[in-house]
Design a protein around this ligand. Structure first.
Ligand code: PEP
Ligand code: MN
Length: 337
């Protein structure tokens, strides 16, 4: 249910409504818009029938949210959410590119990639310290040492960092270093993990699960939002289909579909989407043309020797050429870069 307050509603009336909702055992989530405040009510809202919320002072209108996801829906919030990460505004007119290696390997390597991607126009540095690998024998990431290298690379370039959290036991240490927490595809429906990051105030990149529908992705985002954290960036990264020519099938329609259904920023990861470096450029251009608010791209100083995802990683020189092309695509669709 949504309670729309009238533009003239006073602060007192708004807090009265919030208190009233709480006293009925329901959870209010208020969103202060430029003109009016809208309050989503979560819980067993049937009880409201006996309390005529339409008649509460300052209330203009009361209506149901038809979708199963509530706080992340466009029904609840009409305007786009813009997430500010140390001055980088994700979800606005400017398209942002997050770039860096799949996994953090060496300090020197990471700093050199960070400097290169920054010079090419990337605004966020990516890099995994805790890696979700299919094989237990594959490189699992450097753990805290990797986080320290990310901090060094961030200090050297000024780029905020995004890094993956796999386990609630690592949440404190990840929060100490990360500017954005990534929830990987394999954990998209790890609901306890989603609830934990929902209690933090860090922006979250939530990647679509390997076999998740758009509805599944939005319900997972709702898990985070329902705990209080609405700074969520949704990420399409390819799904499993019968097609084997690419690593995954990149669902480009996810961008415009999600932009209709939710107010949250949407980014696309063409590196995992296709799994081949030479397909990253065309899919990146298509993503921006389709309305994505940003991209996350794997870049490695020497992809042949990468410990993870080398075949889909761009060399810094190739990334630089791509960024120049992407700027033109962004401008052609009314965005900046
Ligand atoms: C990654 O970003 O390196 C990663 C493991 O992504 P995903 O969870 O989408 O596979
Ligand atoms: Mn990767």
């Amino acid at each position: 249910m949504i309670v729309v307050m009238s533009p003239e509603a006073t602060e007192q009336e708004i807090s009265h409504v919030v208190q009233k909702i709480k006293s009925l055992g329901l959870t209010p989530h208020a969103e202060k818009g430029e003109v009016r405040t809208v309050i989503a009510i979560i819980g067993n809202v049937a009880i409201l029938r006996e309390h005529s919320p339409e008649a509460w002072p300052g209330v203009e209108n009361v209506m149901p949210i038809m979708k199963p996801y509530k706080l992340v829906s466009r029904e609840f919030q009409k305007h786009d959410t813009i997430i500010d990460v140390k001055g980088v505004k994700i979800g606005g007119k400017q398209v942002h590119v997050m770039a860096g290696p799949c996994s953090v390997e060496t300090k020197e390597g990471l700093i050199s990639v960070a400097k290169a991607v920054k010079a090419s126009g990337a605004t966020i540095l990516r890099g995994g310290a805790f890696k979700p690998r299919t094989s237990p024998y594959a490189f699992q990431g450097l753990g805290e040492e990797g986080l320290k290298y990310l901090a060094d690379a961030s200090a050297a370039t000024g780029l905020p960092i995004v890094t993956e959290l796999m386990d609630p036991r690592d949440i404190d240490i990840i929060c100490r270093y990360a500017d954005i927490i990534q929830i990987g595809a394999r954990n998209m429906q790890n609901f306890r993990l989603l609830q934990e990051v929902g209690k933090t105030d860090k922006p979250i990149v939530l990647k679509r699960g390997l076999s998740a529908t758009i509805l599944d992705l939005l319900m997972s985002a709702e898990y985070i939002a329902s705990e209080g954290n609405r700074k969520i960036i949704l990420c399409e990264r390819g799904i499993r289909t019968f097609e084997t020519a690419t690593r995954n099938t990149m669902d480009i329609s996810a961008a415009p579909v999600l932009k209709q259904l939710t107010h949250l920023p949407v980014i696309i990861d063409p590196s995992h989407g296709v799994g081949k470096w030479d397909l990253v450029a065309p899919m990146s251009k298509a993503s921006i043309a389709a309305g994505a608010d940003g991209l996350i791209i794997e870049v490695h100083q020497n992809p042949e020797d990468a410990l993870c995802d080398g075949p889909q990683s761009l060399k810094p020189t190739k990334f630089d050429v791509l960024m120049k092309e992407l700027k033109k695509v962004a401008e052609a669709v009314g965005r900046s870069m």
